[in-house]
Design a protein around this ligand. Structure first.
Ligand code: FES
Length: 333
């Protein structure tokens, strides 16, 4: 699952590199949740990853799904992902659960839209359900560095709680708080997130179902900019309507060639580029993965992604979902 913040490999645009991996091992992690270990197929190994990173997993016939890496970033021998089977979903998780050891798979290199900010005085990790996955590498890093943190994690029952043993093993300082009752979890969260409840310098990281994400966002709306980090499973409902130039269409200018391309209403920048014959890499097409992010040097984007931080938005834009407040937008392509 996915996914805000800096990308370790946020270079969008043409031809994202794919890696081939072998499904080395499958472990049962909790009810309907399997952990898959993916190993390199050659001696070159796997690119390193940071806590919070995710990969795209390419599945037959033509599906791409994003999954957070849930292993220890210090372990360069494998990538681990945990996948909750959703029988009423779009089919990606069912396909993953049908995979067998030895299967060869294609993935992207890791991208990180949900990095730890190690300048934080305290790290507050909030996870619901399978939203625990990006938090596990964070636990490894925070424990290794002796950082000040606390984890609040809720699952709908002990049998549905993945990574419990690993959390118990890692979080020996009483830093993990586990819940099996959503109502009790919501009460605790309301206390945790009220103004002044956390030490100055706290950064919050949250990932989980839409209701949890919305509740945390609402309660942290007045937190200092840049201190609340979110990883979304899917773009939150309720997209903002386009206004001004964004509603009328606009123009993108390619900085390297000066080529100007019209972006009509209802067409994404990425699609307009493709229609003009310019290869443009996208993955989630929902503004949550970072694959399509590029720099821009002129114009005023109407950012509609859920991946870029406020700071990154001053220089970067997600081509799959951004519009433009200005009549033209110059992008670094
Ligand atoms: S394709 Fe995922 S953020 Fe644009």
């Amino acid at each position: 699952m996915m996914m805000t913040g800096a990308c370790s490999d946020s270079g969008a645009g043409p031809a994202a590199r794919r890696l081939q991996v072998r499904l080395q091992r499958i472990d049962y992690a909790a009810e309907a949740i399997n952990i898959l270990d993916l190993a390199a197929t050659d001696a070159g190994g796997l690119p390193p990853f940071e806590a919070g990173a995710h990969i795209d997993l390419h599945l037959p016939p033509d599906m791409v799904r994003q999954y957070s890496l849930c292993g220890d970033p210090a372990d360069g021998s494998r990538y681990r992902i945990a996948v909750l089977r959703q029988d009423d979903g779009r089919g990606g998780s069912r396909s993953v659960h049908a995979l067998r050891c030895g299967d060869m798979l294609e993935i992207s290199a890791p991208r990180n839209g949900f990095p730890l900010d190690m300048r934080a005085g305290h790290h507050l990790l909030v996870a619901g359900g399978i939203g625990i996955t990006p938090m596990i590498p964070m636990l490894h890093v925070l424990e290794r560095q002796g950082a000040d943190y606390s984890l609040y994690y809720c699952a709908r029952g002990a049998g549905k709680m993945a990574f419990r043993d690993e959390i118990d093993r890692l979080a020996r300082r009483g830093t993990a708080h586990l819940f099996f009752d959503g109502a009790a979890f919501r009460v605790v969260l309301a206390d945790l997130l009220q103004p002044g409840a956390q030490p100055a310098g706290t950064h919050l990281y949250h990932c989980g179902p839409a209701a949890l994400m919305a509740a945390v966002a609402q309660r942290t709306a007045v937190w200092p900019p840049g201190t609340v980090h979110a990883e979304f499973f899917a773009a939150p409902a309720g997209d903002r309507p386009a206004e001004g130039a964004a509603a009328d269409g606009f123009e993108v200018v390619l900085a390297r060639s000066g080529t100007r391309i019209a972006v009509p209403p209802g067409v994404s920048i990425a699609d307009a580029l493709r229609q003009a014959g310019i290869a443009t890499a996208t993955s989630c097409e929902q503004g949550i993965c970072g694959e399509c992010v590029v720099g821009y040097s002129a114009g005023e984007p109407d950012h509609r992604d859920f991946i870029l931080s406020d700071g990154e938005r001053r220089t970067q834009v997600a081509l799959c979902c951004a519009r433009s407040h200005s009549p033209s937008l110059t992008i670094d392509l």
